[in-house]
Ligand binder design. Structure first.
Ligand SMILES: Cc1cc2nc3c(=O)[nH]c(=O)nc-3n(C[C@H](O)[C@H](O)[C@H](O)COP(=O)(O)OP(=O)(O)OC[C@H]3O[C@@H](n4cnc5c(N)ncnc54)[C@H](O)[C@@H]3O)c2cc1C
Length: 527
């Protein structure tokens, strides 16, 4: 999709002003953590591997040449049309501006294994890309290194008994939903059409189906995993229970997943969509969200979020609520208070998961600068209102930045979801039943003017510090940091708790004794 601030903002304006369906898909994300021992990766601008930049460049350039002779058709070298196309396919402009030595698109797990072994042998840093929606430099594209693009690993096969679907990480969620929906089936996956199966599932994975089914990571029955020494493992509860546990939220730290086998279930028509409200209703909406969260067990097929958004091209604030039910009956009672708030526009309708995912894609174009952060609070309306006040104050300082769209999105982590975390041996996310229910905050801005990058990022960093301080003062802070929404400055695995982090490190050393995925894949969140 081509982007210009003008066409995007007019789409937003149209969305607010007319009855066409649309949404603010504003959810989620993550980042890239710098700083492994060998590399002082200044990925915030353009990467420099401080002491051995020349060696690294040379090693990776040589590796690309070798790979090209083996995998000619799927290696894109610098200064080629294919290379440019690869760069342009990233969602965040920060990642699109990164130049690896080459991109490679392996077509089988065996090819992935060969590439990993070769990169490790030559000490060439690499990044791995599924849907390319990490917001930050280094997340899934690496300056001067090797970028392994999993696009061609696009298997999509439903088992004969219809209980499992084998999904390659080259798929986006829309591919999955467009295949399964006509079959009356579904899986727990992302809410926006073009998000990758890989990143979302490895970081957790919040879906419209959470209340009944948990997060995407809890619905994985088996991972096909390429390890650092090039083995291809089938990782499930029976075969490698420790690695299986680690992969359910452990991100890119344990290997490259070349196939996810996801639990599959019968799913018929749904109901839902987006509602836009005037910002003056912010307190009512936040109260209603907290109330929904407290009584979510009354309707585990329903899920929602509330977003409060500044839109620079309109010079205005708006509120937006997404309400979705996995059942076809319209207007579930649990949404009563949210739905009672006067709507400027609504796309609530009979729908299905593919239709919803396509609707949400419209407001998430490629080509913008992106900055994502996250926080977790106890389910408390006061802190959400304070967070909105802080958000509004800090956005005030940057509100003239061209193309700025600055949402604060709050969504529940309900008690049912936390209980489901213990399914199939549990996950390392670190949330316990006694912690919940919780509110997950996603502060995710996009803008067009690169000359204002530092200001925008500083404003966000300040607002997070202030929100953390306010939550601690109120006694409603929770340390969980959602990997898929986190900023590179955030220490995701500290939020999982020291015990879980220690166990993750131990599992990493067991399956990756040379620590290839920690040293040579510096981007994103490391253990
Ligand atoms: C518009 C938008 C909507 C979103 N909606 C949701 C949502 O509904 N629910 C939700 O939970 N999150 C959501 N997110 C957050 C999303 O889950 C993360 O951004 C996620 O990392 C994207 O995955 P990806 O594969 O597209 O990204 P990528 O940038 O390709 O990958 C992200 C990270 O995962 C690693 N990785 C990917 N695949 C593999 C693999 N197969 N093996 C090993 N490592 C791998 C990459 O190396 C990278 O570090 C959304 C994000 C955006 C931008």
């Amino acid at each position: 999709m081509t982007f210009s601030p003008v066409n995007w903002s007019s789409r937003f304006a149209a969305a607010i002003m007319t009855p066409q369906p649309l949404v603010l898909a504003l959810v989620c994300c993550l980042a890239f953590r710098t700083a492994r021992t060998e590399y002082t990766a200044e990925f915030d601008s353009h990467a420099v591997y401080a002491d051995n930049a020349t060696d690294v460049n040379r090693a990776c350039a040589e590796l690309c040449t070798v790979l090209e002779s083996t995998f000619a058709s799927t290696v894109a070298l610098r200064n080629t049309t294919a290379f440019k196309a690869n760069q342009n396919s990233y969602w965040s402009q920060f990642q699109a501006e990164v130049s690896p030595q080459c991109f490679i698109q392996p077509a089988t797990a065996e090819e992935v294994a060969a590439i990993v072994v070769e990169a490790a042998t030559r000490d060439c840093p690499f990044a791995v890309r599924s849907g390319g929606h990490a917001a930050y430099v280094g997340g899934s594209n690496i300056p001067d290194g090797l970028t392994i693009d999993l696009t061609l690993l696009n298997e999509l096969t439903v088992s004969e008994d219809r209980e499992t679907t084998r999904i390659g990480p080259g798929n986006m969620w829309i591919n999955v939903y467009q295949k399964l929906t006509p079959m009356g089936l579904s899986v727990v996956g992302g809410r926006v059409a073009n998000i990758g199966v890989g990143g979302l599932t490895l970081g957790g994975g919040i879906s419209w189906y959470v209340g009944r089914r948990g997060w995407a990571c809890d619905g994985v029955r088996n991972y096909e995993l390429v390890t650092a020494d090039g083995e291809i493992l089938q990782v499930n509860l029976a075969s490698y229970p420790d690695l299986y546990w680690a992969l359910r939220g452990g991100g890119n730290n344990f290997g490259i997943v070349t196939r996810f086998d996801l639990e599959t279930f019968e799913q018929g028509p749904m109901w839902g969509g987006a509602v836009f409200n005037s910002i003056e209703h912010n307190a009512t909406l936040l109260d209603a969200l907290v109330d929904f969260t407290s009584k979510a067990s009354e309707d585990i097929d329903a899920f929602t979020w509330v977003a409060l958004v500044y839109v620079q091209p309109q010079e205005s604030w708006f509120a937006s609520t997404e309400m979705v039910s996995a059942k076809p009956e319209p207007n579930p009672a649990i949404f009563k208070d949210l739905a009672a708030v006067a709507a400027l526009q609504s796309s609530l309708r009979a729908t299905d998961i593919a239709d919803l995912a396509l609707e949400m894609k419209e407001s998430n174009p490629n080509g913008l600068r992106q900055n994502w952060w996250t926080l977790t609070f106890k389910n408390n309306a006061e802190i959400l209102k304070i967070a909105h006040k802080i958000h509004a104050e800090e956005v005030e300082a940057i509100k003239d930045v061209a193309g700025l769209v600055a949402p604060m999105v709050a969504q529940p982590i309900t008690l049912d979801v936390i209980r489901l975390f213990s399914k199939n041996g549990g996950n390392p996310l670190g949330m316990k039943e006694e912690d919940g229910p919780l509110q997950l905050l996603n502060i995710a801005s996009m803008w067009a003017d690169s000359s204002r990058d530092e200001e925008v990022m500083a404003a966000h960093s300040r607002m997070i510090d202030r929100m953390v301080a306010a939550a601690k003062e109120l006694g409603v802070y929770h340390p969980y940091i959602y990997q898929n929404y986190a900023a590179n400055e955030q220490d995701v695995f500290a939020g999982y708790g020291e015990e879980n982090r220690a166990r993750l490190r131990e599992i990493s050393r067991k399956f990756d004794p040379e620590q290839v995925f920690q040293r040579l894949q510096p981007g994103y969140f490391k253990l």
